[in-house]
Design a protein around this ligand. Structure first.
Ligand code: GLA
Length: 636
């Protein structure tokens, strides 16, 4: 199947005369798929039970006539004002006890019975009405699930979830270490979500609440999905994950439930940093999709996060899109088709900007549509879309646990550590993927473990088996410290990994000032008092203590980096561990099955070891990419 191309289309903002122009422009741009109706609930059901589908009928008919397929949304992310007024108990309550009011979006409690019932009603109404519409290609449930609520409905659902997890209060009291600070619970009714409290919250309670919120939102998703599957068994059902500095859901778990992994990505960096973030997001998405194709559901034609909203540089719209395709996307979509004139996101760039189609942005949008058409579809095959020799461990639960207050340093940052691992390899042209600690890792040459604070006994055993079997493991500080209940493993850090690494860490010594190691340059933020217990020191702190260690174990090697290194220092460790790539910085070469993508993110000409005819331009390659140039060739 050809690559999908399009974006969110919110025609309810525009008079009908604009719709015909929209479809004509979409055809000019090569658009094949649009997401319709994500926030349209109040237009589809202006009062309880009264549906106004006429406008949506006309939109879908127009799109179908234009040959454009629809990813039809279930609009539960934005309940109508009448719903909030009729059911104030279904409005979000923050941890501070503030009940929010409607006026934005995502203001609901996913545990509120009225919200759950209304969600199913609008989903059924849409499903029944459009099940046979020729434009329908996919269902898009909700939007970027991510609203936690702390109200009494949420509290009741949290207790039910806890009962299922722990069975009895004794197990919960033990897991949460409620013996400390007199938190012992003698009745389930005493347990609440982690609402605002006087001082530090209980970390195990906070972590379980995040797990619960993810599961509770998943239950909401599954209800809509199951209903839609019943009505349209052939139509895939998905939802769009948000990828940012926070994650509200356990993506591994969710990815087993969606028919297609779909992600939204808005880089906060600029230039090469944006390209690094794009590759990171795409590799995460492909990993969640278990190596299969996934969909970039949203990106923007400009930068919308970071220091300020700015235009993307000429060529970046296509380059970022092709990065996603190279790394497994089965289509690239934008938010949104036409930039809004009013409303909360009136300054969010569109595929058709405020200026209109006579604009650089729209011309680039059309050029991208043309380029995507020229990239041939994947041949059906068993092997993964993109081969990766190195896996980086990623687990939202460990990240959530590091986001809790009260840790030994405020500088501990799981996401930053994972991003560094990916970035350093990306810069050297090493293609990576992500894996959950519980996965079978035996296929990877190397596994990187950046600040994986929590790890289960079983996953730790798996890492030992991996190393003994010949793998290279590179563990960074603040990994393996705690069990799944955030309880510290005693006897020396890094508890669960001590034996594999052959070290025993006696103390943490967060650093106020940078120090220079005997090798790998400068270390910041964090240091440890490391005792060797089977490992050898590869680099030492100024005082002589081991900072980076290596242990041969069975057929493999386990490295430990006990401090925060800069990118070049970390790259040095990886090189010593046999993970040096041969890529040039800013030049991205990725093989997707039988096609090779070569992208020059730099401002200079770059030599590339890629030969053949560029499928996009039809021109033969000369061994050099121009600044910003992107090519796709058949692998030889
Ligand atoms: C998210 C949402 C969209 C839009 C964009 C841009 O990805 O899903 O509805 O708000 O951000 O801000």
């Amino acid at each position: 199947m050809p690559l999908w191309y399009g974006g969110d289309y919110n025609p309810e903002q525009w008079p009908e005369v604009v719709w015909a122009e929209d479809v004509a422009l979409m055809r000019r741009a090569g658009v094949t798929l649009v997401t319709v109706g994500v926030f349209a609930w109040s237009r589809l059901e202006p009062s309880e039970g009264r549906h106004t589908f006429g406008w949506l009928d006309r939109v879908l008919d127009l799109l179908a006539d234009g040959g454009i397929r629809v990813d039809l949304a279930v609009p539960t992310a934005s309940p109508p004002p009448w719903f909030s007024l009729a059911h104030p108990d279904a409005l979000t309550v923050t941890r501070d006890g503030v009940r929010l009011t409607h006026g934005s979006r995502d203001t609901y409690c996913v545990s509120a019975p009225a919200y759950r019932a209304a969600s199913l009603r609008i989903t059924r109404a849409l499903g029944e009405r459009y099940r046979d519409h020729p434009a329908l290609a996919m269902w898009h449930v909700h939007n970027e699930y991510g609203t936690p609520c702390h109200c009494d409905h949420a509290a009741a659902a949290f207790r039910t979830w806890l009962r299922e997890r722990y069975g009895g209060l004794d197990a919960l009291n033990d897991a949460w270490t409620t013996a400390f600070w007199g938190q012992h619970y003698s009745d389930w009714a005493q347990i609440t979500p982690p609402r605002a409290t006087q001082y530090l919250p209980n970390p195990a309670q906070a972590l379980d609440f995040r797990r619960f919120v993810s599961d509770e939102m998943l239950a909401h998703f599954r209800e809509q999905r199951d209903l839609l599957r019943e009505l349209t068994p052939e139509v895939p059902v998905t939802t769009n994950y948000v990828l940012a500095g926070w994650a509200s859901i356990d993506h591994w778990k969710w990815s087993r439930e969606v028919d297609l992994v779909a992600v939204d990505h808005y880089p906060s960096g600029r230039g090469t940093a944006a390209a690094e973030q794009t590759a990171f997001a795409a590799d995460l998405a492909r990993s969640w999709a278990n190596g299969r194709p996934w969909l970039l559901m949203e990106q923007a034609t400009g930068y919308v996060t970071g220091p300020r909203m700015t235009a993307k540089e000429p060529g970046e719209i296509a380059r970022h899109s092709l990065q996603h395709v190279a790394r497994g996307a089965k289509g690239v979509m934008f938010f949104q088709w036409r930039a809004s004139l009013g409303g909360a996101e009136q300054w969010h760039p569109g595929m058709v900007p405020h200026t209109g189609p006579d604009s650089r942005v729209f011309r680039e949008v059309c050029a991208l549509g043309e380029a995507l058409k020229r990239i041939p579809p994947d041949e059906p095959a068993d092997e993964p879309l993109v081969e990766a020799e190195v896996a980086i461990l990623w687990d939202e639960e460990a990240w959530w646990a590091v986001q809790a207050p009260g840790l030994p340093s405020a500088e501990l940052d799981c996401l930053a550590a994972v991003e560094q691992a990916h970035r350093v390899l990306w810069r050297q042209g090493v293609t990576t993927c992500f894996a959950h600690p519980s996965h079978d890792l035996s296929a990877y040459r190397a596994v990187l473990v950046p600040s994986l604070y929590l790890i289960s006994d079983e996953a730790a055993r798996g890492l030992g088996t991996y190393v003994r079997g010949g793998g290279t493991l590179v563990v960074s500080f603040f990994s393996g410290i705690a069990d799944e209940h955030t309880r510290i493993r005693p006897g020396g850090y890094p508890g669960a990994l001590r034996e594999i690494l052959g070290v025993r860490v006696e103390e943490f010594r967060p650093l106020a000032d940078a120090v220079t190691l005997t090798d790998f340059g400068v270390a910041t933020a964090w240091s440890e008092v490391v005792h060797l217990d089977g490992a050898e020191a590869v680099a030492r702190y100024p005082g002589g203590g081991p900072a980076v260690t290596r242990r041969r174990l069975g057929e493999g090697t386990a490295w430990y980096v006990s401090t925060r290194l800069g990118d070049s220092g970390y790259a040095g460790v990886l090189a010593r561990a046999g993970l040096a790539g041969s890529g040039a910085p800013g030049v991205e070469i990725v093989r997707r099955r039988d096609r090779v993508f070569a992208l020059n993110h730099t401002q200079d000409e770059q030599p590339v070891p890629v030969h053949g005819t560029d499928l996009i331009s039809g021109e033969p390659l000369t061994g050099v990419l121009n600044p910003g140039q992107c090519v796709v060739v058949r692998a030889t």
